[in-house]
Design a protein around this ligand. Sequence first.
Ligand SMILES: Nc1ncnc2c1ncn2[C@@H]1O[C@H](COP(=O)(O)OP(=O)(O)OP(=O)(O)O)[C@@H](O)[C@H]1O
Length: 798
Amino acid sequence: MGNSASMPSNSPTPDPKQKSPVKNERTPQTAAPRKGQKFQEVQLAPPVEDKRNSESRASPSTNSSSLPSDNTSSRNTMSSRNTSSGNDNASSRNSGNEAATTYEGDEIVFETFVRDGKEFQCMYTGGMRFYLDDWHSKQWQPFPQRWYKEGKFVNANVLNDAQPAKQQTTASNNVQNRSEQQTEQPVETRKDDREGVISHPKRGNIRTYLFKEKHYIHCFYDATTGEWMRLPLGWELRHALVKEMVDQVEEALPNWKNRPHILASLRACNYNPDECISLYLHLENDVWLTAPKTSQEENTLKNKNFEIKELENKVKQLETEVKKEGNLRKEAENQVMILQEKLSTLEAKSGMAVAQVEAMQQTRPRTARPKTPQAQKTVIEERFPVEDLDELNLKTTEIHKSHSQLKHTVERQLDIFATTVRQVNEAFLKLSNVDNSHMAELEEIKSLYQKECLQRKLLYNKLQELRGNIRVFCRPRKDNNVQNCLDFSAENELVCSNKDGNKKSFSFDKVYNTNCSQEEVFADTKPVITSCADGYNICLMAYGQTGSGKTFTMMGTDANPGINIRALSELLSVCAERAETKEYNLKISMVEIYNEAVIDLLAANSKTVELRAAGNNFRIPGLTELDIKTEAEIKEAMEMGDKNRSVASTKMNSTSSRSHLVLMLTIEGRDKINGSISKGVLTLCDLAGSERIGKTEASGQRLVEAAAINKSLSALGQVFSALRTSQMHVPYRNSKLTQILRPCLGGDAKACVFVNISPDINNYPETCNTLEFGANARQVALGQVKQNIKKGRGGSGD
Ligand SMILES: Nc1ncnc2c1ncn2[C@@H]1O[C@H](COP(=O)(O)OP(=O)(O)OP(=O)(O)O)[C@@H](O)[C@H]1O
């Protein structure tokens, strides 16, 4: 339900006594939710030194040489080299009644000011405030006095401020906090009537505990009573969102046909379909939940299995018999053919003999006197010797005999052939019956297979969840020519010391040492990437100051490629492995975000594209997407994007490190067995350098760039912060970067953040800022991951 559960602004206000639908949070394990928490808003009164802040003052863009350089006190704050100019102003401002601007020292502070619904990037420095005119002059302009009454400031430092200092700094505290949360389980010694025990026939004594949870309660507004009432099951089943969830569970568990039961279970699982499916699978064969099988049913099942086996044997026997019969039939046919040949030879011979006799009779002279019987006999005996006639007689008898024999054999063979054909027909009939029962069995095996696959995926995702859906890895750059400020105390811990010997310790999912290879870095993200082919949204991003190794980690070199190319190749090989059961379609797109403009890097002339809101997400109409089938095509697309990026950089007079690079691979898979369609997006993001402007002595266009980078990275930090504190509203809209990354930073995604740092002690402040960003992101516990799968055969689901 998430954000969608919030009431529409024009609907009647619910009764405060009624529970309102809020996000699920388990009280025993996690802290109480800060429901409805918004940005830290600051009420402003005009500053005391109003007159000094007049519009007649010069813009900083024209006087950039006096800009600040070094201060470590705040993420977005820089102290100036010109320390004498600002202190007076700051102290006089502090004495005034201005809650937002209690800045100390000579600093540059970036702020966001909202007026008439439009956000302005502002900068406070040397006691003066400026705003960035990104419509007309694209320069910093003095902050108009009247604006103080017309709008309000939204503090960009929510990230730091929202986090208690102790939690931010020491990893040991983090670990301790977690273990404290974990030990907050009900223990034996507590006298708590929510504890209990039930005795299960299979599982023995089971401890129970009545957890206090906040649950979504689906209500409807009853205009007659003016109250919010619970939706009855029957009504709720007609609600589009709920219907979709029930469909999803029904599709995953085809044996569970009772929709009201599914809905009841969904309610119990706080409208979380994955949890509902998981619970069902976990307890599917429980004796208390399924009606026990009678001995009669068990016997019937045994008999059925026995019959199936017998039938299978019979089919095999019949197949052998059919083969044998086939051979016999062939032999008989051969014999018939041989006998027929003999018969025709004999017939020909007898014909010839008859013809000879006739010819002889005709050659006898007609004038010859009739001879005496004796003479006749002599003539006949002369012409037809007795031996010849005997032989002829013998042959004729033989012919008659073989003819009748042949007739008999043919008749016998025809009988055998007819019987064989009859048997073959019967066998085929039996085979098709057996086939039908096998088909039913096959269907059952198929559904078991699907269930097994689903369970495997659920378990896999559970495992990922336990490891955290946002995993943070720290990768320091190798540099032997600088004074090192890093100490790798453990596999997941890092200590950073400054010149005065002060130490700060941070813990991450993994801390790589400086000699770590690209393969080793990729190995930790590989399992997450694989799940993109199962329909999950995945994001890998690199955060850190310029030159800390972000591009090296993400892109790498031709000889030693980074995560991008390895991840895409891995996905291609996963698709190839699954080719028998799934058909995949891969599309790649690449954008650059520079000064809050989104540039399509795969378009012919790298055009600027717009983001449009689409439901909870954003889409980029007209974004170029290229079909990808081979690794060579991926490399080709990346080279094209890189080329367009440098063309765009030249046009805008920028450098690549001043923009964010986002590469998106959409992977759509169709299951050849059940027709379902899954869609996952792998987002690979090389962020712009996060260093402070003061250090880079930025001015003019560089200062505008820096403000845009600051805005987007702050927005990213605010998103992590809102997710960490489970806020109902997550401020994705605050920058183009967070809008684009939204699908892979919400509750249904997995993300890996690489924090890249420099070992140089001179970069200590930036390194600490980066590490703090990473530590904050690591505390984010996203909701349960959700697979983007659509039903096959015309159904729909999510
Ligand atoms: N782990 C590493 N091993 C070896 N060389 C590295 C490593 N990390 C970075 N480098 C080298 O350091 C230099 C700067 O790194 P890279 O360009 O990746 O930094 P970056 O953070 O992406 O900078 P930018 O923000 O300017 O893009 C490159 O020459 C790169 O090859």
